[in-house]
Write a protein that binds this ligand. Structure first.
Ligand SMILES: [Cu+2]
Length: 153
């Protein structure tokens, strides 16, 4: 009567295999998969561009007809200067608000949340080519465009 013992061992082996496979599936769907979906892999050079790109909200920007966002039509290049910083050097609070909802798949929604007080700045890391027209919510005559392009060799 040795067969029951070996079939018993076989049964335990099958159960262990099933548990192991279920554990792998659970790990894959609840840890690996969400992680890989949430964080698109972005080139290191794009995550750490060589330079910041500064857009100044110049003194007097609040007055209609004056210059406001300088440079007004900005072109930045991925890996070179795709981290953009809006610096409010005016003595009035302003916003950086996209004309239409705009999101970068790595950095999320674009736009300052709330106002930039005098001296405040807003920075955003663009990781994809895109054109984003934007404006100031309290002063809709203040408009600008940021264009992001791929590095060309
Ligand atoms: Cu404004």
């Amino acid at each position: 009567m040795s067969t029951p013992t070996s079939s018993h061992a076989y049964g335990i082996g099958v159960i262990a295999l099933i548990i192991g496979m279920s554990a792998s599936v659970v790990f894959y769907t609840s840890f690996y998969l969400p992680e890989s979906l949430a964080k698109p892999s972005v080139d290191e050079h794009i995550l750490h561009p060589e330079e910041d790109f500064i857009i100044e909200i110049v003194p007097g920007a609040v007055v209609e007809g004056n210059q406001n966002y300088v440079p007004n039509k900005a072109l930045v290049t991925l890996s070179l200067n795709n981290k953009v910083i809006w610096q409010n050097n005016d003595d009035t609070a302003h916003t950086v608000t996209p004309d239409h909802r705009s999101a970068d798949s790595y950095s999320g929604d674009f736009g300052s949340s709330g106002v930039l007080k005098p001296g405040d700045s807003y920075e955003f890391l663009f990781t994809e080519p895109q054109d984003v027209p934007y404006h100031c919510t309290p002063h809709p005559w203040m408009t600008g465009t940021i264009s992001v392009e791929k590095l060309r060799f």
